[in-house]
Ligand binder design. Structure first.
Ligand SMILES: [Zn+2]
Ligand SMILES: [Zn+2]
Length: 324
């Protein structure tokens, strides 16, 4: 283990302790993390925590849009240069199409779809999407199998994830995540010195997640629930334990603690994603982020720029200079 790998392991363990959980007993598939850092970040722009459906920022020539992100449905559109990617298809194909059109793209423009795992909130729109357009679908063999008959007719679209791959003008590197799915992953996307990472559905922060998220220009990070709201909310005890467990979801507090410790560029743009509709609110997410990051000396708007994903509309970052 190199020094930097050792440091990442220590940091991940520290976050696990902060949350009162251990890493032991969690099976992590052996998909390695990608290169830790590329070129210097692009232009920095101001702002603090923002919400809404029309926030856009630029860096290089990359755009990241969460077409939808919540426990009900997830789909992220990433455009780098002339390459169009979709990560997850957990909303209807019609909504995906509508989301793409906001950016002047059509379903037929998609170069590839990447799937993180087989849960419905990540794949419900995939069969219709594949019926409409025969786009390659990259995921693990276990995930494809777990989707079962829903995608059986589209076997020729399936591409088993390699350790890294090129699609058009981007490189994509998957990394293992700890979640109660067949073999879940997150993704880092690289394009001309810009690194974009999607890390949601995380039970715990593992060294591979830490390594993948480090030095990202744009980070899509899960801030799923407030632990107190969850414990006193409507979910049955077993489901609460599943969400809180090492293969469940990341709380606001753990996400904030993770951000505070993450090796970062001078201004990391973070989209806080996969917010629970029953066990979280935008106000609580913002409050927790402010409190934990301030305690750790991280200045929002200077060290990190945060935006909250929306369950129903798109929220997006675009790398580079202009704010649309
Ligand atoms: Zn899931
Ligand atoms: Zn999910």
């Amino acid at each position: 283990m190199t020094d930097s790998e050792f440091r990442l392991v220590q940091m991940a363990r520290a976050i696990g302790r902060y949350r009162g959980q251990s890493e032991t007993g969690t099976a992590i598939p052996e998909i390695t993390a990608g290169p830790a850092a590329l070129a210097e970040p692009g232009e920095i722009y101001g702002g603090e925590i923002e919400m809404g459906n029309d926030t856009v920022s630029h860096q290089g020539d990359c755009l990241v849009s969460l077409l939808a992100s919540s426990s009900r449905g997830n789909a992220a559109y990433i455009r780098c240069g002339h390459t169009h990617l979709l990560i997850d298809a957990g909303i209807s194909c019609r909504r995906i199409e509508k989301g793409l059109r906001r950016f002047g793209a059509e379903l037929s423009d998609l170069d590839a779809v990447f799937i993180t795992h087989e849960h419905t909130d990540h794949v419900s729109g995939l069969p219709v999407l594949l019926k409409r357009t025969h786009v390659p679908v990259y995921t693990t063999a276990e995930t494809w199998r777990a989707m079962g008959p829903k995608v059986a007719a589209y076997q020729n679209c399936f591409v088993q994830l390699p350790r890294r791959l090129s699609v058009g003008e981007v490189q994509v590197v998957p990394f293992a995540t700890s979640h109660d799915a067949a073999r879940s992953v997150g993704y880092s996307v690289y394009h001309e010195g810009c690194k974009i990472t999607l890390a949601t559905d995380l039970g715990i922060i593992t060294p591979s997640v830490m390594a993948a998220a480090a030095w990202s220009d744009i980070l899509i990070l899960e801030a799923n629930h407030d632990e107190e709201l969850l414990r006193h909310g409507p979910y049955p005890y077993a489901l609460q334990q599943r969400i809180l467990g090492p293969q469940g979801h990341l709380s606001n507090t753990t996400a904030a603690q993770f951000l505070a410790q993450l090796p970062r560029r001078s201004l990391t743009k973070v989209l806080l994603a996969h917010r629970s509709e029953h066990n979280n609110t935008p106000a609580i997410t913002v409050h927790t982020m402010r409190r934990v990051l301030a305690d750790c000396g991280v200045v929002i708007g200077q060290d990190v720029l945060l935006r909250l994903a929306s369950a129903s509309g798109s929220v997006h970052f675009q790398s580079g200079g202009n704010v649309l």
